[in-house]
Design a protein around this ligand. Structure first.
Ligand code: ATP
Length: 204
């Protein structure tokens, strides 16, 4: 009996030792979304988190370029605008006629954008043709506060940031169908005039 008790105690103390070993990241503030080092977390406590009336968990899709993430996001949002919403990106590009600030994009100056980068306000950002585009934590939180579920796609390398952003998203990997299916369903049309079979292999 005592032997059994000692065995159990031994197991418990091994578990709690293991738990203590795992703090590799500074998780304190908003500033701390980046890893302190490049260590990989090998163990962490996991709890089930459901969406509630107070916190809608964002849905983040990841997957190869062209697999259909954007298409799925549009379908989901169009299925119920009162429930799901797209995340409005920030950009430094000029406003085009008919575009509305805060609706199409949050239009900001390069100085404002760069300040936001320094303050780690973006989950990810990129420069395309000399203009900056980024997905901010605040744009996602705004949707959550409106009682809707933000739906967005991110690069896999942004997952570490999203992990420490406090957003607690559901992350869904959009896997590709088989090559034969891709060739049939993504037939050449006005949208994709010259898609070759080999280019599908990048999606798989
Ligand atoms: N289930 C599907 N059946 C047929 N065509 C599809 C399907 N899903 C997506 N497509 C088409 O495949 C192309 C790529 O889709 P989409 O832009 O949604 O991919 P993506 O993963 O968002 O790509 P990226 O990350 O490069 O923006 C589009 O032309 C889209 O119309």
């Amino acid at each position: 009996m005592e032997d059994q008790h000692r065995k159990k105690k031994g197991l418990m103390s091994r578990l709690s030792r293991k738990k203590k070993k795992t703090v590799f990241y500074n998780q304190g503030s908003n500033q701390s979304m980046l890893a302190v080092g490049d260590e990989v977390v090998t163990y962490e406590d996991v709890v089930r988190m459901e969406s509630s009336a107070h916190w809608r968990r964002p849905i983040v899709l990841i997957g190869a370029s062209g697999v259909g993430k954007g298409t799925l996001i549009r379908k989901l949002i169009n299925s119920d605008h009162t429930r799901f919403a797209a995340v409005v990106q920030h950009t430094t590009r000029l406003v085009h006629p008919g575009e509305v600030n805060g609706h199409t994009y949050h239009f900001v100056t390069r100085e404002e954008f760069e300040l936001d980068i320094l303050q780690e306000r973006f989950l990810e950002h990129e420069e395309v043709k000399g203009q900056l585009y980024g997905t901010s934590v605040s744009a996602i939180k705004k949707i959550v506060e409106s009682g809707r579920v933000p739906v967005l796609d991110l690069q896999p390398q942004s997952l570490k940031r999203v992990r420490y952003s406090g957003l607690m998203p559901y992350v869904v990997l959009v896997a590709s169908p088989r090559l034969e299916r891709l060739v049939v369903t993504r037939r050449v049309g006005p949208e994709r005039p010259t898609r070759r079979r080999t280019s599908f292999q990048f999606i798989i």
